[in-house]
Ligand binder design. Structure first.
Ligand code: ATP
Ligand code: MG
Length: 592
């Protein structure tokens, strides 16, 4: 049956929700454009954050799509039956439209009518309630009315059935999760011990009905949204009666290639082979979206994935460079992600470079590690872990993994101190604790968002260079960071003039207008960022300016949010100008 293949499942899902008047949105990049609090897109809702917060989506209130995701928090789980670093998430969304009843009814219909899953193989969980929010009887009642027996509806606490904002504040609420029983015999209770692993979570409907404020209080939200997420790989596995995601068509060709290279058979259940397949697939997608291996941020995650895969290739007995040999099998699985094929050469080049670099030191590093553990049986010191990182290129997570295999510890506190001293690793990358969720959409970040648009235009004017384009942007509540193409350092005078122009436009109290229009039309009037992916209908932000002969100071395709008037910015100040790469400058600035 067609829905049992990757293409078929995605097609059926989109078709089902389109027939229920949802509009299809394309998969966004793995690199979130507007959310500095996370490294990668971790869920389908991620690109929708501004709309979840109440902004009108150009395609309406009901959306459907499939989103590529990376979860760095799951890297250590990879190798089990159900957790991947890279996976695809199907989702349908209600932005202030339908609520629990309709959402659950649609989930149920899709599971039982389209995917034909027998009710006996389904179990659901709902939020049990606590001091912050009431028990989700509403959701449970809907399930019951659809024929899910009471004893198959479980109430679980916040840690299982609640979706919280990643930052301190924002929309949140209870969820209801759908599980498929994969065990033998009669389905057992979801909550009792060992049985839990026989229940595979395939789908999650999140009901964002609260808003968490600065005091940690949960207030009822003004706009209630539904956000759902169904894992493509997991659903395929259970539909095909497979034990793990590695048996599905999303992995089989890669595992086959690993078997060929390692001259080993039956590697589907081999942990190292699983790690190699998952990590190189994730790396190929990350490289495609513009990241290269490095020691900070996203580049560090990529480096970690490639190097871990290489070590596990080594454990499989592979002696030659192998990562590039897997690329064509990965591309063959995803003909619909055209960018993957288009970036084939880039993927091959980056993998090859990183593998060669790491292979120069891997064997020596392993030797050093063995010596260290021979001398001492309890703990690797922070200094030693740092030496392995700096001289042998061992990501700290790899040293931790090796230590764990040898049943010893790594002194992480000391390692952190050591790396801080050397400022080699960014704190965020080493902590690796990026959660999914909302950015801090405080007033400050909204202002900085608008300031970024103003800076972009001001630079073209002051530097008299029409070809200046954004090459990167990142906003935290403290500052904006803006990268652009320009061949030389900016003079003090140029920086001052840029500041002055922006502050003048702030004083002029220019209005900011938001319009929705078809992408084609938007590109004509506002231009666009090469390489960025946009939906068919986009929003365009215009900073109106009657003095300008175009009638505006700045016009850009952007998801927002922005302030309503430039006067809200008060004062703009550049705090740094530097080079980040050949021909690329960086400016950091603040508003007061
Ligand atoms: P789990 O508790 O099993 O890790 P989760 O609660 O983290 O799952 P959600 O955040 O609700 O999962 O994500 C929605 C859906 O995405 C899940 O129901 C599952 O099908 C899929 N999913 C989540 N994490 C992964 C992963 N690491 N690999 C593959 N699929 C995943
Ligand atoms: Mg999880």
């Amino acid at each position: 049956m067609t829905f049992k293949t990757r293409e078929g499942l995605i097609k059926e899902y989109i078709k089902f929700f389109r027939a229920k008047s949802h509009k299809e949105i394309p998969s966004s990049s793995l690199i979130p454009t507007d959310d500095p609090t996370v490294l990668f897109t971790t869920a389908g809702m991620h690109p929708l954050i501004p709309f979840i917060l109440g902004q009108k989506h150009p395609l309406g209130k009901k959306l459907v799509g499939v989103q590529k995701c990376i979860r760095t928090g799951d890297i250590e789980e990879v190798g089990d039956e159900v957790h991947l670093t890279f996976f695809e998430m199907l989702g349908n969304w209600s932005l202030g439209d339908y609520w629990k009843k309709e959402a659950i009814e649609m989930s149920f219909e899709f599971l039982t009518k389209i995917l034909k899953i027998p009710i006996n193989n389904l179990t659901v969980s709902c939020f049990e309630g606590d001091k912050d929010a009431e028990k989700d009887k509403e959701a449970a009642k809907v399930w019951e009315s659809l024929g899910i027996p009471k004893e198959r509806i479980f109430f679980l606490p916040k840690k299982d059935n609640w979706w919280d904002p990643a930052g301190e504040t924002g929309p949140c609420g209870p969820d209801t999760e759908m599980f498929y029983w994969t065990g033998k015999g009669k389905p057992q209770n979801l909550t009792t011990g060992d049985n839990k692993e026989n229940w595979v979570e395939i789908w999650n409907d999140v009901f964002m009905q609260y808003n968490k404020d600065e005091k940690g209080k949960y207030n009822l939200a003004r706009q209630k949204n539904v956000d759902t997420g169904m894992g493509v790989e997991r659903t395929l596995a259970v539909l095909n009666g497979m034990k793990s995601i590695y048996e599905t068509s999303t992995f089989a060709p890669i595992i086959k290639e690993i078997e060929k290279i390692s001259k080993k058979k039956n590697l589907t259940d081999n942990k190292s082979a699983r790690i190699v397949a998952d990590h190189i697939k994730a790396s190929a997608f990350i490289i495609t979206d513009g990241i290269t291996p490095s020691n900070v941020g996203r580049g560090y995650v990529l480096r970690r994935l490639i190097r871990k895969a290489i070590r596990h290739g080594y454990l499989l007995g592979i002696k030659e460079n192998f990562t590039t040999k897997l690329v064509d099998s990965i591309i063959s699985i995803y003909p619909d992600y055209k960018e993957l094929k288009q970036n084939r050469n880039q993927i091959l080049a980056e993998l090859d470079k990183e593998e060669k670099r790491f292979n120069e030191t891997l064997e020596k590093g392993l030797k050093i590690f063995n010596e260290l553990t021979k001398q001492k049986t309890k703990e690797i010191s922070g200094k030693e872990a740092f030496l392995l990182f700096q001289s042998y290129g061992f990501p700290i997570e790899m040293t931790q993994e090796l230590a764990k295999e040898n049943k010893i510890k790594v002194n992480m506190k000391e390692f952190e101190e050591e790396s801080k001293k050397h400022q080699e690793l960014s704190r965020t990358a080493s902590a690796g604790t990026f959660k999914s969720g909302l950015s801090d959409n405080s007033e400050k970040t909204t202002k900085l968002h608008t300031a970024t648009h103003m800076l972009d235009e001001a630079l073209r004017i002051i530097l008299k260079d029409k070809n200046i384009k954004q090459k990167g942007s990142n906003i935290t509540p403290e500052r904006l960071r803006y990268d652009f193409n320009f061949p030389r350092k900016l003079t003090d005078d140029e920086l001052k003039q840029t500041e002055k122009l922006i502050n003048q436009k702030i004083k002029e109290s220019l209005k900011i207008k938001r319009e929705e229009m078809p992408l084609k039309e938007a590109v004509k009037s506002a231009g666009h960022l090469p390489g960025a992916k946009y939906p068919e209908v986009v929003s365009v932000y215009t900073i109106e300016d009657k003095k300008d002969k175009r009638g505006f100071f700045s016009k850009e395709i952007c998801a927002g949010p922005h302030v309503n008037n430039t006067s809200e910015l008060k004062n703009f100040k550049i705090i740094l100008e530097e080079s980040v790469a050949a021909g690329i400058r960086r400016i950091k600035a603040i508003v007061e």
